[in-house]
Design a protein around this ligand. Sequence first.
Ligand code: FMN
Length: 209
Amino acid sequence: MNNTTINLLGISGSPRLASTDYVVRDGLDYASEKHGAETEYITLHKRTIGFCIHCDFCVRKREGCIQKDGMEEIYERLLWADAMLIGTPVYQGNLSGQTKAMLDRCRALVAANPAALRDKVGAAAAVGGDRVGGQELAIRSILDFYVISEMIPVGGGSFGANLGGTFWSRDKGADGVREDADGIMSMHRTIDRMIVVAEMLKQRGDTDA
Ligand SMILES: Cc1cc2nc3c(=O)[nH]c(=O)nc-3n(C[C@H](O)[C@H](O)[C@H](O)COP(=O)(O)O)c2cc1C
């Protein structure tokens, strides 16, 4: 392992172990096999994450969130990561409520340390039951979170990957996305771009140190 090995965290924002679980784990496997990334995986399946209740404890105390639940492990892994891939199922044309609740709760991480997520690289994937079901808006919602968190959002480039991993499950769970060759290509190209950018940033950081 050299000092530019990228720590990549993958998160599935589905309450099920089905299509989103499959595409995020596939992205991590690809990053590990092709790029030698160190990967960790978290699923929101059976994970309790309370809504942000806007109590402002995190802003006043700067000690993290007052709620102690399934976010604690996620906070810790987010700090470990150089790069992250967040995947969501498309719900009502946008990201899932589970994914949104997790992103809202990250306010506490940044309130404690404004640089907590700064310069980490972020990519997104979305899985819709329909071919054009809201995947792009779901991806954009995650990319906006990265921008707000002072991260570096990446997509996979034009002619095939565009904003990120874009999948059509035909509502057939993991079997559906396994057959979606275009979706898998969009994911792999997004991972390629993510690793290039993350390595550049990590090398720069090592030089600065
Ligand atoms: C509440 C709900 C809303 C959904 N809304 C959409 C939608 O707007 N567009 C779409 O393409 N699929 C929609 N779907 C289908 C899921 O996005 C699709 O089945 C996806 O593959 C589920 O991901 P999972 O297998 O990881 O749970 C919806 C599913 C649920 C449960």
